[in-house]
Design a protein around this ligand. Sequence first.
Ligand code: ZN
Length: 293
Amino acid sequence: MKLANLEVAGEKFVAVVDAEKSVYWPVQALVPQFRGDMVQLVQQFGQFKGDLAPRGEGQPLAEAKILAPIERPLRNIFCVGKNYHEHAAEFQNSGFDSSAQNGEHAPEAPVLFTKPASTIIGPGVKIPRHTAVTSQLDYEAELGVVIGKAGRGIKKSDAMDYVFGYTVINDFTARDLQKLHRQWFLGKSLDGFCPMGPYLVTADEVDGQNIDVKCWVNGELRQNSNTSKLIFDIPTLIETLSAGVELQPGDVIATGTPAGVGIGFNPPRFLQKGDVIRIEIQNVGVLENEVGE
Ligand code: ZN
């Protein structure tokens, strides 16, 4: 099932979407007692699941604005750095990685950081350039994992039971700030630096551990990999995080980006105003954003 966070005539609501037919059904039309946002839908999904089967023709999706599927997570987005071998190598070689030890090829444990909710923007929204603080903008195509139920001390073998679904994330980054401040938080956290969407696709429709992740900049293919190449796979990430942090329904984990980011080139190819980043994750969706003012 594909879920979306929509806006029509100034009103925001969650909906079930048929992307092929380009129609939607407001969740509230299917489950009249539901009055919540996407995080609340994820929390209560077990109760309503059976009632969410679309009935009737649906409304045309073209008349709705698609927002980020989770606009207001309960806390920061969990993110993973250097989680594909070739990207870990390009980052190490770029000179922009102030966190790496000399000669390091891959981290010995997941590299975790977060982005605040204020970074989240929807598909098609222009990404602010923040020219007063950065001149080195870069893209990172990533599979986003959305947690479906609370859990602490989750074992790898059970971890996939905690995955509600998937979305597409652009872990947008100011490389100069990432390098200058050593901790990655600031360079990853400027307002608007987390394009997300268009859909939240439930886990039964996607094999999140084996799907293609691709990214184009102005039509040029830059990133092309598969989540089976993650250094730390989704179960390992869930086990690691949940060992001491109770995961909550609606939590989002950005799983890391493959090789082919701007700093992987020599000289680096930073983004400029008007550049269009298109990320496609197999069976999950296509997320496109332009670099704005
Ligand atoms: Zn990233």
